[in-house]
Design a protein around this ligand. Structure first.
Ligand SMILES: N[C@@H](CCC(=O)N[C@@H](CS)C(=O)NCC(=O)O)C(=O)O
Length: 397
């Protein structure tokens, strides 16, 4: 209604604007003195008037048509709202060669896991930090980020995907935070098996603020405690851990791309480092690797400018990254312990470490070490993970 009202007033407004313009040259004559200047001004004003009268309605029509189109598209998917997308158990393991195996001599979990990943994807690094800390063995399949043929068997097109062997086949777990919450729930109480736990993390269809259909995994930061009663102290620690895990996904991670792809040069350096630590030379043919580096670096350099705006990063994007890191370090300092989890890391320590690990070879990371006090906590985390120190807290089955 307000927009219709405004539109109905438009001819009147344009009419009064025209009157002002018609009167204008008369006043001009006194100080512009020549009639040629006055007629030029008239032409300019006329052109502006035409511009406004054509441009404004066209703009209105485009806006209305676009919102009509968005609503029409959304109406096609509204019937899906609230529907749960079931994860299919695969009868057979996808025939994709394993890139490498991580074998942990202290593994007592009996889990059979294959991680489909990009070596330097922050979400994949989070999952690896978790598995390594608890000393769990797993296979790795390195996915080509441009062609993604290694995950062609999956309808979910992102990484990480953790393929988990269950009684009836292979269950693909999608989303790093859900993977970690589900496995942590299982490791706390092995009587909760993976097949049952997946029901606690339903993937539900919903529409975002732009009416776009998306799927969201419920409870992805929640661990399942079955019937265990928790003390208030424990509950406080759980809430805090959950808060920082969510912060890592919603805030910290968004400061990375604009920093590691800040200039085209930095983007190329970053991709060359990805190639080196991801062993792209070994896993992909040269032509594919060159596409990955060149297309990847150029595309990410362009995209990172949009991401900087979308996530409200400062003009000096480094400062935004330092701010996030300082927020994290301040919270640990306030706690008065080595880690956010106290004397041993909790899931938020592992998440933040994993995310920062993903940029370890970039100049942005070096700058963080030079300009913040990150190294004390980061080095302590590295030791905990390299020594698989979480394995001693796992109870046997
Ligand atoms: N919420 C997901 C996000 C996963 C994600 O966005 N992964 C990126 C890689 S860092 C991806 O696969 N993007 C799609 C692509 O590369 O085509 C998670 O936590 O696992």
């Amino acid at each position: 209604m307000p927009i219709l009202q405004r539109l109905s007033k438009l001819p009147r407004n344009l009419y009064s604007f025209k009157n002002i313009i018609q009167k204008y040259p008369k006043r001009n004559e006194s100080f512009l003195s020549t009639s040629r200047q006055s007629s030029r001004l008239k032409t300019v004003l006329k052109a502006s008037l035409i511009g406004i009268s054509v441009g404004f309605p066209v703009g209105v029509v485009i806006t209305i048509s676009y919102s009509w189109y968005v609503n029409k598209e959304a109406s096609k998917t509204y019937h899906l709202q609230g529907k749960v997308q079931k994860i299919e158990i695969l009868k057979e393991k996808p025939q994709v060669p394993v890139s490498r195996k991580v074998v942990s001599p202290v593994d007592t979990t009996e889990l059979k896991l294959t991680l489909f990943q990009y070596q330097t994807c922050p979400f994949c690094c989070k999952v690896r930090a978790f598995l390594d800390y608890y000393g769990i063995s797993y296979d790795i399949v390195e996915v080509d980020p441009v062609l993604r043929k290694e995950i062609s068997w999956s309808s979910y097109k992102k990484v990480p995907i953790l393929l988990t062997q269950v009684e009836s086949g292979y269950l693909p777990l999608n989303d790093s935070s859900m993977i970690i919450s589900l496995l942590a729930s299982h490791l706390k109480d092995r009587s909760q098996n993976i097949n049952d736990l997946i029901e606690c993390y339903p993937n539900i269809a919903m529409h975002d603020e732009n009416q776009k259909l998306k799927y969201e995994i419920m409870n992805k930061y929640f661990l399942m405690y079955k019937d265990t009663l928790l003390s208030v102290k424990n509950t406080d620690a759980i809430i805090e851990e959950r808060k920082w895990r969510k912060w890592a996904d919603d805030e910290l991670v968004h400061a990375l791309s604009p920093n590691v792809y800040r200039t085209l040069d930095e983007a190329y350096n970053t991709f060359n480092w990805f190639s080196k630590v991801g062993n792209w030379e070994q896993y992909f043919p040269t032509w594919e690797r060159l596409i990955m580096i060149n297309v990847g670096a150029t595309a990410m350099w362009i995209i990172s400018k949009r991401l900087k705006k979308r996530h409200n990063l400062k003009d000096d994007v480094r400062q935004s990254l330092y701010d996030e890191i300082n927020k994290w370090l301040c919270a640990i300092k306030k706690r008065g312990s080595t880690f956010m989890g106290g004397e041993k890391p909790n899931l938020s320590d592992l998440a933040v470490y994993g995310i920062l690990k993903s940029i370890e070879g970039c100049s942005a990371f070096k700058d963080c070490l030079d300009n913040t006090k990150l190294s004390t906590w980061y080095d302590a985390m590295m030791t905990e993970i390299e020594t698989r120190s979480g394995s001693k807290y796992l109870t046997a089955k």
